[in-house]
Design a protein around this ligand. Structure first.
Ligand code: AMP
Length: 230
């Protein structure tokens, strides 16, 4: 199954992505994670990415499409895209790539959340730099404050763009450019859209999303097996 996970920063995409990977075994590609890895490598491209990311602005489409096309090409089976596409031009480029490979999208999961909840969630977000596990100081705290439960002694870090001012800028970029992508997908007849209230507890959201995607997966398999028999 191939899906796109959409929603503003802090809607809970990362948490759901971890659970969906466990449930469906898809490869999770997060554009933000891919760009952060490049940024941390101290390359010229990394410095260019940092100038946009640290200001909460979108990275230009040509750079994003080139990097994500490469990453997607390397994936064989199921795929979950998170943070990409964020503009209509990126969505069109993705459609072209997947159509050429005969592997169109099956579903788009659209998560929403209120601004005050988003800011609260993001301000408390922490990550283990060793295993990448996500925590929240209030909602999903580690056993020992500030340290990863799994990686002996690894100190949790906070993303440099998770401060309130940058979060507000990222929300603005989302409204200005990414909401149009959701409309773009709503206008695609063959695509399943799963709308999710990201204000709810992550457990409740998981159950809902897994149920919806399992039913889409079953339907997709039925269509494929009919095609095989024809
Ligand atoms: P994220 O981890 O998805 O919140 O992404 C962090 C930052 O990476 C964003 O604020 C953007 O600066 C950049 N970024 C990630 N994905 C994209 C994308 N698809 N298009 C443009 N910029 C992106």
């Amino acid at each position: 199954m191939r899906i796109v996970l959409m929603g503003p920063p802090g809607a809970g995409k990362g948490t759901q992505a971890e659970r969906l990977v466990r449930e469906f075994g898809m490869k999770h590609l997060s554009s933000g994670d891919i760009f952060r890895a490049e940024k941390d490598s101290d390359s010229k491209l990394g410095a260019r990415l940092a100038s946009y990311m640290d200001a909460g602005e979108l990275v230009p489409d040509d750079v994003v499409v080139e990097m994500m096309t490469k990453a997607i090409t390397r994936v064989d089976g199921g795929l979950m895209l998170d943070g990409f596409p964020r503009t209509v031009a990126q969505a069109e480029a993705l459609d072209k790539q997947l159509a050429a490979a005969g592997r169109p999208l099956d579903a788009v999961v659209v998560m929403t959340a209120d601004d005050d909840i988003i800011v609260k969630r993001i301000a408390g977000r922490r990550t283990c730099p060793v295993c990448g596990r996500g925590y929240h100081v209030a909602f999903m705290p580690p056993k020992r404050p500030g340290y990863c439960d799994d990686c002996d002694g690894a100190e949790l870090t906070q993303r440099s763009d998770d401060c309130e001012e940058t979060v507000r800028q990222r929300l603005e970029a989302y409204r200005a450019q990414t909401e149009a992508v959701i409309e773009y997908y709503r206008n695609c007849d063959s695509l399943n859209i799963v709308d999710v209230d990201g204000n709810l507890d992550a457990e409740v959201v998981s159950v809902e999303v897994i149920k919806a995607l399992a039913s889409i997966e079953a339907q997709t398999k039925k269509v494929h097996s009919r095609g095989d028999q024809a």
